[in-house]
Design a protein around this ligand. Structure first.
Ligand code: PEP
Ligand code: MG
Length: 567
């Protein structure tokens, strides 16, 4: 009774239900070689399987946006000539049958994608696996199990769920899911967030520990599943579930309100986005603007440095979608853990302390200028602001402004339109920029604190290292003091400070940050309403008094405990 297992949180929330163990049909791949006269037939079999799947994907009747996105992503992979050519080559040159040729090609693609040192692209391996299953079922004439038909109140547990499996799930029936494999940024996780059902991934061998039919609770806030819970635990979670449902109803009403505290401080609650799809979600969630548009996705998804025109189209569309609302676009923050297929980075001992972000951009001004031109042109269409990452020296910012001024001069001469009041700010992600905040503020229009990196560099704790993850805490008083110092310096100069690191999405910290004086929260789209809800109900002055006491504490544990008590 009450057996607990931990996993990675893919989507928040609580669900109580009955386990449905989802096993995929085992497909045995026939390894016999074909005769030469069968080559055309086998190629045609593959072609019709691909065509069939594409026409299924084209039928988007009743599909939600996330499902349409997956369908489009799959179509793109299926229509990539490299994919079908690789399969055909195995049939023609190696006389492999269509199933074997498909299986080998998928395995190769999965292998390639899994090795890419980028979490987002790595997850695209699961899209290839998904395509592989769907095409194989077609070749074998198997009708796959349909998750849309399972009983109400099911918690689906599986080794893995492909995006197609998840997108077939019916929210009426599936209340949550948990999988052995998968990461936070997989399409499967994104679907769970869109369906707004709790989900855990990366649970290792959970699918081998259950039989199906057991009662279970998924706590997508704590990252645990409880199998066969006792009556007491069920009662406790039924209460939490009731609170969760009440809160959801309340948040629906809050999302379009202005974020003003009870004593009249106006705060912006903006969103972090990586592309236009995220922006749509952010707007639906009632964002006051965008506090961080991470442009590196645009570079990572391409096979070349995106041209000025390609970038301009994206920035312009985002700017127009937001109208008067502010859109803060961060210039290229590549390097560290984010690579590009088409650019060779130097091999470095410490890439996080190495050739990245503004350092790379100032070394390769050709790349930087292309982006700056696209941004400055797009500024004519709305309230776009530029933000520079990883700055440590005033000279880096001054050089950036020189480049921007040169571009403006060129545009003036050529009659190219742009916003003459275009604001430029910096991210505060390093102890150097914290300590020099009083000097930086003379040159910049705003600060935005990137706590993901600021905590890592302030504490000298690698943000991705699981062995020391307990030392990585935004609640460390050293981090909080750094944040306060930066905000105070900006206020002294009559300017504002936002936060676009994950700490701004930590709803436990909303009041604390309000008390420290934060002017703008840039949060994950699904956290916007909750942050707003807290702000609307809080008094800034009261929170300030509380924050001052907290900053005097000595350990992160003490701070977190007091914050929990206070909330
Ligand atoms: C940060 O460091 O807090 C940040 C927002 O940047 P990224 O997570 O993209 O490094
Ligand atoms: Mg950062």
């Amino acid at each position: 009774m009450n057996t607990k297992h931990e996993g990675i949180i893919a989507s928040n929330g609580i669900a109580i239900g009955t386990i449905y163990l989802f096993n995929r049909e085992e497909v045995v791949v026939d390894e016999t070689k074909i005769d030469e006269n069968m080559v055309d037939d086998e190629k045609n079999r593959v072609k019709s399987a691909i065509d069939d799947y594409i026409s299924e994907l084209n039928n988007t009747e009743g599909a939600n946006e996330a499902q349409i996105n997956i369908a489009n992503a799959h179509k793109e992979l299926l229509q990539d000539p490299y994919f079908s050519d690789t399969i055909d080559a195995k049939i023609v040159n190696e006389l492999k049958n269509s199933e074997l040729a498909l299986n080998e090609t998928i395995n190769e693609m999965v292998e390639i994608m899994s090795q890419i040192d980028d979490e987002y692209l790595k997850e695209r391996a699961s899209d290839y696996k998904d395509i592989g299953y769907q095409l194989m079922y077609k070749l074998k004439g198997i009708k796959p199990k349909d998750l849309s038909l399972i009983e109400k109140g099911s918690i689906v547990i599986s080794k893995e769920l492909t995006p197609s499996d998840t997108s077939n799930m019916n929210k009426e029936n599936v209340v949550a899911f948990a999988t052995d494999l998968g990461g936070k940024t997989s399409h499967t996780s994104i679907i769970a967030q869109t369906l707004d059902i709790p989900a855990l991934v990366g649970m290792q061998d959970i699918s081998e520990k259950v039989e199906g039919g057991e009662k279970a609770i998924i706590d997508g806030d704590q990252g645990i599943i409880i199998i066969d819970p006792s009556d007491d635990v069920v009662a406790e979670y039924e209460n939490k579930l009731k609170e969760q449902n009440e809160k959801r109803e309340r948040l629906k009403e809050v999302k379009d309100k202005e974020s003003i505290t009870t004593d009249g401080k106006k705060v912006e609650v903006s969103a972090n986005i990586g592309n236009i799809e995220d922006l749509k979600a952010a707007i639906e969630n009632g964002c006051d603007g965008v506090g961080l548009f991470r442009t590196e996705l645009l570079y990572m998804e391409n096979d070349h440095f995106p041209t000025e025109e390609e970038q301009f189209e994206v920035y312009k569309e985002a700017t127009q979608m937001l109208g008067e609302k502010s859109l803060i676009i961060r210039t290229l923050d590549i390097g560290g853990d984010k690579g590009l297929d088409y650019f060779e980075f130097p091999v470095e001992e410490n890439p996080f302390l190495g050739y990245r972000a503004i350092r790379l951009c100032l070394d390769r001004e050709d790349i930087f200028i292309t982006q700056l031109k696209a941004l400055i042109r797009a500024s004519a269409f709305g309230n776009l602001k530029i933000m520079i990452p990883m700055v440590i020296n005033i000279s880096e910012f001054k050089r950036t402004i020189e480049l921007i001024d040169d571009i403006k001069k060129e545009f003036d001469q050529n009659g190219v339109d742009y916003n003459k009041e275009l604001e430029v700010g910096i991210m505060i992600e390093t102890p150097a920029s914290v300590l020099m905040a009083d000097k930086f503020i003379k040159y910049v229009d705003f600060f935005s604190i990137g706590t993901n990196d600021l905590s890592q560099y302030t504490l000298a704790v690698d943000r991705g290292n699981e062995n020391i993850s307990d030392l990585y805490s935004n609640y460390n008083p050293a981090v909080l003091k750094a944040i306060k110092h930066v905000i105070d310096e900006s206020h002294k100069a009559g300017k504002w400070t936002g936060m676009c690191g994950q700490f701004a999405s930590d709803t436990q910290a909303t009041k604390l940050l309000l008390g420290i004086g934060l002017d703008e929260y840039s949060a994950s789209p699904n956290k916007i309403a909750e942050v707003k809800d807290t702000i609307i109900k809080s008094n800034q002055k009261d929170e300030e008094e509380f924050a001052i006491k907290l900053l005097d504490l000595e350990t992160p544990e003490e701070v977190e405990e007091k914050v929990k008590e206070h909330n």
